[in-house]
Design a binder for this molecule. Structure first.
Ligand SMILES: *[C@@H]1O[C@H](CO)[C@@H](O)[C@H](O)[C@H]1NC(C)=O
Ligand SMILES: *[C@@H]1O[C@H](CO)[C@@H](O)[C@H](O)[C@H]1NC(C)=O
Ligand SMILES: *[C@@H]1O[C@H](CO)[C@@H](O)[C@H](O)[C@H]1NC(C)=O
Ligand SMILES: *[C@@H]1O[C@H](CO)[C@@H](O)[C@H](O)[C@H]1NC(C)=O
Ligand SMILES: *[C@@H]1O[C@H](CO)[C@@H](O)[C@H](O)[C@H]1NC(C)=O
Ligand SMILES: *[C@@H]1O[C@H](CO)[C@@H](O)[C@H](O)[C@H]1NC(C)=O
Length: 433
């Protein structure tokens, strides 16, 4: 626990922020505006933390690099083979007076940084909305039914800290029926496994932020000694070695690909992403991400193991007036309506890669035993700027000084919060769908 806290807090220290600021400013001066697209020079932070922030310093008005050109699939119906006519990912958020099914009092696994209630977030309106698909009803998650159907079954959530956020939501929802028993955690509390004794149901979260074989060099304080080494042709065995043991898998990649990294293929350097001073070719995070998604989906569709796999699309952030390190905030307290906001460039690029590679995998893997589905949470999540901890990632951040400058989190989700609906969608896809 102590260890976990240390990991969780350090990267956000004031010293670090100043440090980053200075680096950022210097890099701007040196590199000129052309390089503003990303900044992530060797500022690795402990992966246990909300590190997807790192390197996501996208200047929204900055032009996209020329090498990025991704075709947007026009018709999503073509690429998502769903039997039902209703697209559960298109709709709007409607008021829901019934509110969340758990609270900070009833669920004890919520991570401190996402426990907005406990941390003193003053408004609670964000709790009273539900996702309403345009053409059908989305039932609320039914924990009893879920657990009954998952007797003797095993689930895994594989990815970064958003996957952890997601699994905690599921644990909280299920805790109304039975509290999970933690049966495993790795040394750094990043991967965990729980067991629901009455149902012999096993739930795992596996820390694999790149899904690929990656060497991340960070000391105990979360400072990187050197850049990440990412093998674009090797999957991370942390998850592939266990893959056969899961009946259901929710897997996703994302924002870690925005970090500075040296890319390898055949153990030879292929290039890098944002590594000024290295005399290496910029390979493009999008090219790296595409290779990763391709490799992951190919592994899944060629595996002889029969399972249900939900591939989750990237999650949008809602930083305004700055980025995570430069005073960005998210002060909205109600959802957007469809059309009121569009995806940031980075999220659009990532999601398009995901949609295209998912389509390719489904096409080529259609006769295989795997049941591969797209959990397309990007756009519905985009409509929830009100669902992030903001300054309430810390315990009562303004108790001593109401004008205190506090690090905001506009990427992860409060629990309870909008991410609970991701589980309504999961339930619909695997049980009712
Ligand atoms: C839960 O949140 C409320 C405020 O919404 C707070 O008063 C209470 O102390 C919190 N309980 C726990 C156990 O954190
Ligand atoms: C779960 O496993 C136990 C022991 O192998 C077996 O007796 C039981 O019938 C199984 N239940 C289901 C629903 O598969
Ligand atoms: C629990 O489920 C596993 C399969 O996931 C099965 O092998 C085992 O026998 C089950 N145990 C009990 C006590 O039902
Ligand atoms: C790696 O090896 C494969 C086949 O062995 C080859 O097709 C590919 O071009 C190689 N990549 C690099 C970067 O050398
Ligand atoms: C950069 O790399 C190229 C080819 O790998 C080499 O010819 C050149 O001398 C290098 N430049 C520096 C400054 O190291
Ligand atoms: C899957 O099974 C087939 C035949 O049973 C075998 O030839 C193939 O190597 C297996 N593939 C993997 C990835 O294990």
């Amino acid at each position: 626990m102590v260890k976990e806290m240390r990991f969780e807090w350090n990267p956000w220290s004031l010293r670090k922020q100043n440090h980053l600021f200075v680096k950022f400013a210097v890099s701007i001066l040196l590199m000129g505006l052309a390089f503003r697209f990303f900044y992530s020079h060797s500022m690795g932070v402990s992966p246990v933390t909300e590190t997807p922030f790192i390197g996501t310093t996208v200047a929204e008005e900055a032009p996209a690099p020329a090498e990025i050109s991704v075709q947007v699939p026009e018709n999503r119906d073509q690429i998502i083979p769903q039997k039902e006519k209703c697209d559960i990912f298109v709709g709007d958020w409607i008021p829901d007076p019934s509110g969340p099914i758990y609270t900070n009092e009833s669920c004890h696994v919520v991570e401190g940084h996402q426990n907005c209630m406990k941390n003193g977030r003053p408004d609670s309106g964000y709790l009273y909305w539900r996702w309403n698909p345009r053409d059908c009803e989305l039932p609320r998650f039914n924990s009893e039914r879920f657990l009954e159907l998952m007797r003797n079954k095993s689930w895994a959530f594989i990815g970064d800290s958003i996957s952890r956020n997601h699994v905690q939501s599921l644990l909280c929802i299920l805790s109304k029926v039975e509290a999970a028993v933690e049966v495993y955690h790795d040394e750094e509390y990043r991967s965990k496994r729980w067991h629901f004794p009455s149902y012999n149901f096993t739930l795992s979260v596996i820390w694999s932020p790149f899904l690929l074989d990656a060497a991340i060099f960070e000391d105990i304080n979360g400072f990187s000694s050197t850049d990440i080494q990412l093998h674009l042709d090797e999957l991370d065995r942390t998850w592939t070695d266990q893959y056969q043991s899961f009946d259901y898998v929710v897997i996703s990649g994302g924002k870690w690909f925005l970090k500075t990294a040296i890319y390898y293929e055949n153990n030879t350097i292929l290039g890098c992403h944002y590594c000024p001073g290295r005399n290496l070719t910029e390979f493009g995070f999008d090219n790296a991400y595409r290779k990763a998604v391709k490799l992951v989906l190919n592994f899944i569709i060629t595996s002889n193991h029969s399972s249900v796999v939900l591939f989750r699309t990237t999650t949008p952030d809602h930083f305004e007036n700055g980025e995570w390190f430069s005073g960005g905030t998210c002060k909205k307290t109600v959802p957007f309506k469809e059309g009121e906001i569009s995806l940031k460039d980075i999220d659009e690029i990532m999601r398009n890669i995901e949609l295209e590679e998912f389509q390719n995998a489904v096409t080529s893997g259609s006769e295989k035993r795997v049941n591969l589905k797209l959990l397309d949470t990007t756009r519905l999540s985009l409509l929830r700027p009100d669902g992030h901890p903001g300054p309430y990632r810390q315990f009562h951040p303004f108790s001593e000084n109401k004008n205190a400058k506090v690090q905001n989190d506009c990427l992860h989700w409060c629990l309870p919060g909008p991410i609970d609906s991701w589980n309504d969608l999961v339930m619909e896809m695997v049980i009712n769908g």
